[in-house]
Design a protein around this ligand. Sequence first.
Ligand SMILES: *Cc1c(COP(=O)(O)O)cnc(C)c1O
Length: 380
Amino acid sequence: MIHSHSFNRVEINISALQANFQSIQNVVGPQIKIMAVVKSDAYGHGLVECAEALYRAGAGTFGVAEVWEGIKLRRAGLQGDIVVLLGGSRDSHEDIIKYGLAPVVFDMDYLSGLSQEAARMNADVKVHLKVDVGMGRIGVMSHEFESCVALIKRLPGISLAGILAHFPVADEINSMQTTNGQLSDFKNILAALKLNESGEVIAHMANSAGIIYFPESHFDMVRPGISLYGYYPAAASARAKTAAPALDLQPVMSFKTRVIQTKDVGPGYGISYGHTFVTRRKSRIAVLPVGYADGYLRILSNRAQVLVGGKRAPVCGRVCMNATIVDVTDLPRVNTGDEVVLMGRQNEEEITADEIAEWMETISYEVLCLFGSFNERIYV
Ligand SMILES: *Cc1c(COP(=O)(O)O)cnc(C)c1O
């Protein structure tokens, strides 16, 4: 028999994902639509599996980064609106039309090309016009906005389905004023255009931070990403829980491996490459078959902890390409084959993506994308 599975596995808890969606819907209220942001392989959780589960939970709109992700969803049979957050390229017009995708637009030359192709194919492409009210990323500037809307209305084969903006600092408590300013700029733009009278053009601005901290930013639709996967933006979960007490999030991803060897070594014994860890006492160590090639990055060397038998064990020495060593001297006896939780819950203990992000000097988003994209995923 071929042993075809890795020791390492990322587990995706689909019912936690659906419960998070439901909880977000409860917080924003039933009138507000939700664009489930499933870009980048659903933050490492699996594009198709998550989109399908979210559709079953009631999501009607999905946000992907690029056109190919939208195609992948359509080929899997996904219904609903698919918004391409980075927009299309000049060679993707046909795909956008054929697969019924709605690109975010911010470039009028691109839009003219798309319109020509849509007219030629006798199609109607829905677009979402993005305005930059201070993100400093994609979007037309506020002063260009009106003329862009006028152009979209004139172009054959194109209809304006949405208007959006994005928050850069909505998760930062010291930047409330900035965010409120951006919110009122966006409101002014909407008011000047009187777009919502017909109800056909939907306005959307809120990411997870907007959903939690700025109820006024919910407009017609919200765009949660990280909160769907069970995390609060920027790890400020204590503050978030006060701001949105009804929001109840559970991590969706866990990352597990198994012990492949245990051994007892004396004091003064160097562990792993570079001997950056030397035992100070008689020690019991356990070798894990996971390393930076699995997204368990080298920066976790001598910093991270893992769970074995429901207890924390520190990583000692350098994380290698496919191996990591942990010190289990203080734990009840650990054996080869024991389950190890690198991220997730084991009995009463839990290691979250936020905690790992701190060790890695990054944010939970990056941890989830890393672990998810390097490892076999199991849906539970
Ligand atoms: C990624 C993204 C989101 C989701 O942001 P979270 O902080 O993960 O909730 C929303 N809107 C846009 C335009 C995005 O690119």
